[in-house]
Structure formats: structure tokens, C-alpha cells
Design a protein around this ligand. Structure first.
Ligand SMILES: Nc1ncnc2c1ncn2[C@@H]1O[C@H](COP(=O)(O)OP(=O)(O)OP(=O)(O)O)[C@@H](O)[C@H]1O
Length: 277
């Protein structure tokens, strides 16, 4: 097998792993093969690693078919009504509403300090609003913006803790965690303690834990900080998989390039700009 053949085979496999339909994947591989043959360039010089190229292609060609396969929304999973939160004399949230159904993705956007994390923590039940109600139908998985991991535990020990809440065996918890980590291109069987992991890898651990117990509602607070581009795209693939399997997903994000794919955008920077009194 030539270098080109090996690279093209890897490209095809990666495109399929990312859910790109067979016909589209074959077309992308054929185009790359034609380019390599005509230009005489080695694949690494022309396209870079096959996995990274597949991630970019699946992101750019994927929007239309992701939209097309969007499931019909199911029952209501999360309803926040009239949420008000004040810190000292400052109105951080003043009457925020959000409803998310099963099979929907909502993005919470807005400038730094406009209250996105506060809103998500209220939805997760970690802090109370001063006014308003949150109704959740089902279980919740929460991925914080930072923190959330335990310094002196290994990644697999985190999975065992989460799985214990579902009465899973240690091995089942570890296996599920490792499988979820692999979708983010991460080998979670590392013996490293979490305090020694890089910031981006700790965020992968947080994200895997949030989804591990297969919750009905996922609350994700900028979970991709520190991710490289390939992992960032893997993250959005995971969001669409959660959506397609009927989960309700709320993502706090500063990245606006996926907003045409989400069902609801809650912009907290306008009506809910911080107010002082
Ligand atoms: N426990 C607290 N006590 C006092 N003020 C707080 C507290 N938590 C948050 N705030 C303030 O509330 C405001 C909103 O904070 P929050 O973290 O929700 O914003 P954010 O939109 O998530 O910001 P960023 O985009 O920077 O992550 C900020 O001004 C913050 O300083």
C-alpha cells in the first residue's frame, strides 16, 4: 500500500466515524485522491493528518445533513420562567425564560459577565434564583466551566464514582467512560491523576462525566475551553449525537459558528445586561 493509499483509507474511515454519509465520504476521498495524483504532493503536505482533515470536512459539509436529520422535538425537559438573580445590588438576570424539549439544543450566548454561568447553575439546581422557577423533567448532567474534577483521582476513578450513582459495576463504568472519551480522541485509561492532566484534557474529563450517566438534560458551560480544533469539532459531533438520541442540551458558548444549527438561542447580553441600582 502506498502512503497515499494509507492516508486515503484513514480519511474514509474517519469521515464515516464522524457520521458523514457514505456517498459524501466517497466523494471527498475521490477528490483528495485526484488532488494528490495531479499535484504529486504528499498527503501530509497537501491536507495534514487524515483525522484533522476529516474533522474539518465533516464540519463544513455536515451542516445540511445535520439539519435534515434533526428529530422532531419530544416532550418538554427544561423550563425556566422569569429567572431573576441579584448579586448585592446588581441585577445579573432579570426575567429570563428558556424552554428546551427532548431532541433540542439551546445555546446561551452573551458578553463576559452577562450571567450565562449563573443561569446554567440555577438550571442545574446549584444555586437558587431570587425569583422565577425551573422545572426539569428527567435527570441532569452538568459540565462546569472549570473545576469539577478531583485532583487525586485518575480519570477512570471519576467514571466509577459517576457510574456508582447508577449502580453500575466498576468495570462497566470504566468501559463506558473510556468509550465516551474515545469520541473526543482521548485515551482515558491513563494512570495520571487529574491534577496532572492538561487543562483541555481535564475539560474532556468533565464533559465525559456530564454525559456518562445518560442524563435527559445536559447543561454544558463552555465545555470546550482548551480543546484543539479537532476536539472542538468532536465536541459538536457529540452534541448532535445527544440531540439525535432525544436528549435536551443547553450549551453556553462564545462560538457563534454553530448557531444556525441549534434550535434556540438565548442571548443574555441585551435585555439582561448587568444593571446596578
Ligand atoms: N457568587 C457571586 N457573588 C457575587 N457576584 C457574582 C457571583 N457569581 C457571579 N457573580 C457576578 O455575576 C456576573 C455574572 O457572572 P457569570 O459568571 O454568570 O457570567 P458569564 O456570562 O458566565 O461570564 P463569562 O462569559 O465571563 O464566563 C458577573 O459580574 C460576576 O462577577
Amino acid at each position: 500500500m502506498t502512503i497515499n493509499d494509507g492516508w486515503l483509507r484513514d480519511l474514509g474511515m474517519e469521515l464515516r466515524r464522524r457520521g458523514v454519509p457514505g456517498g459524501t465520504a466517497d466523494h471527498v476521498v475521490a477528490e483528495a485522491a485526484t488532488h494528490l495524483r495531479d499535484s504529486g504532493e504528499p498527503p501530509m503536505a497537501a491536507f495534514g493528518p487524515a483525522g484533522a482533515y476529516a474533522a474539518v470536512v465533516s464540519d463544513s459539509v455536515g451542516a445540511a445533513w445535520r439539519r435534515a436529520r434533526r428529530p422532531a422535538p419530544g416532550p418538554m425537559r427544561l423550563r425556566a420562567r422569569g429567572i431573576v438573580k441579584r448579586y448585592r445590588r446588581r441585577d445579573v438576570l432579570s426575567g429570563v425564560d428558556l424552554t428546551v424539549h427532548a431532541g433540542e439544543v439551546a445555546a446561551v450566548i452573551g458578553a463576559n459577565g452577562c450571567g450565562k454561568s449563573t443561569f446554567l447553575r440555577i438550571c442545574a439546581g446549584l444555586i437558587s434564583p431570587d425569583k422565577g422557577t425551573v422545572q426539569v423533567d428527567g435527570s441532569i448532567g452538568y459540565c462546569p466551566q472549570d473545576g469539577g474534577t478531583i485532583d487525586f483521582l485518575r480519570p477512570e476513578e471519576h467514571f466509577v464514582l459517576v457510574g456508582g450513582g447508577r449502580n453500575w459495576s466498576r468495570e462497566r463504568s470504566r468501559a463506558k467512560g473510556r468509550a465516551a472519551a474515545a469520541t473526543l480522541d482521548w485515551d482515558a485509561s491513563t494512570p495520571m491523576l487529574s491534577r496532572h492532566l492538561s487543562g483541555g484534557t481535564r475539560q474532556k474529563l468533565n464533559l465525559v462525566m456530564a454525559g456518562l450517566s445518560e442524563p435527559d438534560v445536559l447543561l454544558l458551560d463552555e465545555p470546550y475551553q482548551g480543546f484543539d480544533r479537532g476536539t472542538y469539532l468532536d465536541f459538536w459531533e457529540q452534541v448532535w449525537r445527544w440531540r439525535d438520541s432525544g436528549r435536551a442540551v443547553v450549551v453556553v458558548t462564545h462560538m457563534l459558528n454553530q448557531l444556525d444549527l441549534v434550535d434556540t438561542v438565548l442571548d443574555l447580553s441585551g435585555a439582561n445586561r448587568e444593571r446596578w441600582s
